[in-house]
Ligand binder design. Structure first.
Ligand code: ZN
Length: 149
């Protein structure tokens, strides 16, 4: 278990140091701002939808290690997903962080997102880990600005 924990920490560290898809998008079809006042995390999420599919997704902003790594991993997971698949991932991710295992029946594979399962032990950090996801949800719903409060 400790090896696994170490591996997870490395993955989070890697995404914190070199966040993937960390850029603004000029041709975004959807975008929203996210803010977690509890920690001070702020980010902008950009999505390019092609029909019902997320062709590209990126983010910019500043936040703690957890929020940055979560946003980075999220962009990797969401590229190529349909809106419906993205919502299912968000719901399952949220379930994993708030209620833990087992995941609901028929839930999508969490893959690398499982690294955040340990965050459940730190309720304050759950908002850091879910901020990017809430923001994507808001962008797709065209809600504009989202806050975790
Ligand atoms: Zn944070």
């Amino acid at each position: 278990m400790s090896d696994l924990r170490e591996l997870y920490q490395e993955l989070i560290l890697d995404h914190t140091k070199a966040p993937r898809n960390f850029r603004a998008m000029d041709n975004a079809s959807h975008q929203a701002k996210g803010h977690n006042p509890l920690c001070g995390d702020k980010l902008d999420v950009f999505i390019l939808l092609n029909g019902d599919r997320i062709e590209d997704v990126s983010f910019e902003g500043s936040g703690c290690a957890i929020s940055t790594a979560s946003a980075s991993l999220m962009t990797e997971m969401l590229k190529g997903c349909t809106r419906e698949e993205a919502e299912a991932l968000f719901e399952t991710f949220h379930h994993m962080l708030t209620e833990g295992s087992p995941l609901p029946e028929g839930a999508p594979e969490m893959g690398k997102l499982e690294v955040f399962e340990g965050v459940r032990e730190f309720p304050v950090r759950v908002k850091c880990a879910t901020l990017a996801w809430h923001t994507v949800h808001a962008a797709l719903e065209k809600e504009g600005t989202v806050t975790t409060e």
